[in-house]
Design a protein around this ligand. Structure first.
Ligand SMILES: Cc1cc2nc3c(=O)[nH]c(=O)nc-3n(C[C@H](O)[C@H](O)[C@H](O)COP(=O)(O)OP(=O)(O)OC[C@H]3O[C@@H](n4cnc5c(N)ncnc54)[C@H](O)[C@@H]3O)c2cc1C
Length: 268
């Protein structure tokens, strides 16, 4: 089983920033990513609040950070993490290789790794419609991203489910493309003539696999504070998947730097 000083779960802005800090501190670092680097910002076409790069796209920003990470020597595998367990070495003997204790087995959909410290940076994903609402949707296509899929419904009738800020943004965007855009609440029936359904009813943290490993709040966010420590020794958290007041790119990057710095301190 391959062993790393730091295994980072998730290659969004938080995870990639953590990787940069950890590898620059001389640690061996593996990043595990289920889909592709960049995370939830990847399809955003105009970021206006990333300092120093007005109007950068999510794809450009992600690619720059990804390249930087690889050039510094971070390893990356496209695998989904399924389980995190304390290894047999946890809290017992000093590890023979480098004097680091407390290891975790990181089990993915392909293999398993040993990590002296783990940083969770799994972000959030769009909240799905209820089963009842999906029955109402029937065979109509469902999308969670107007920017990605809106063009497929040019001059058609679509419905946006949700009434928050992101739903309003989706409605505005689709109004520029579609013939008609309905906007309904998550408990209203889908209009019969709607040909596609866009869902914007909030986001949920990607933390199911952490249940029983670290403390989660009622909504599933990893309980932490600005120190990015979790309730488990050697496990740190960064970005949108933790309890925090502002979920943005700069706070994700900031968390990444802190989580890695804390992990490095812990390892020494
Ligand atoms: C449409 C949209 C527009 C936005 N616009 C802005 C903006 O203009 N400015 C701004 O500051 N913020 C913006 N945000 C918010 C910003 O994108 C987030 O705060 C930030 O990207 C969070 O980064 P993260 O690394 O914490 O998580 P994420 O970006 O969610 O990355 C988490 C990564 O972890 C991976 N992952 C999850 N579970 C696993 C697993 N089990 N195993 C392996 N990998 C896993 C995911 O695939 C993902 O790549 C926007 C968000 C959205 C949705």
């Amino acid at each position: 089983m391959k062993k790393y000083d730091v295994v980072i779960v998730g290659a969004g802005i938080a995870g990639m920033t953590a990787a940069i800090y950890a590898v620059r501190a001389g640690k061996s670092v593996l990043v595990l990513e289920e889909t592709m680097q960049g995370g939830q910002i990847i399809n955003t076409i105009n970021i206006e609040n990333w300092p120093g790069d007005m109007g950068v796209t999510g794809a450009e920003l992600s690619q720059k950070i990804y390249q930087q990470m690889l050039e510094l020597g971070v390893e990356m595998e496209y695998e989904k993490v399924l389980e995190l367990n304390k290894s047999a070495e946890f809290n017992s003997e000093i590890d023979a290789r480098d004097g680091v204790r407390a290891c975790y087995n990181v089990k993915t959909d392909e293999t398993e790794y040993l990590a002296s410290a783990v940083i969770i940076a799994t972000g959030t994903e769009p909240r799905k419609l209820s089963d009842e609402m999906m029955a109402d949707v029937g065979k109509r296509p469902v999308s969670y991203c107007a920017t990605c899929d809106g063009a497929l419904y040019k001059n058609k009738t679509v419905v946006v489910v949700g009434h928050g800020n992101s739903a309003k943004h989706e409605v505005k965007y689709l109004e520029g493309i579609c013939a008609k855009v309905y906007n309904i609440h998550h408990d209203e029936p889908i209009p019969e003539d709607a040909e596609a359904v866009f869902v914007a009813i909030g986001r949920v943290p990607n933390t199911e696999f952490l249940s029983g490993v670290v403390d989660l709040d009622d909504a599933g966010y990893v309980v932490s504070d600005e120190s990015c420590h979790t309730s488990a020794l050697g496990v740190f958290v960064a970005g949108d998947c933790r309890t925090k007041g502002l979920r943005q790119l700069v706070t994700a990057a900031s968390d990444g730097s802190i989580a890695a710095t804390e992990a490095v301190k812990y390892l020494s």
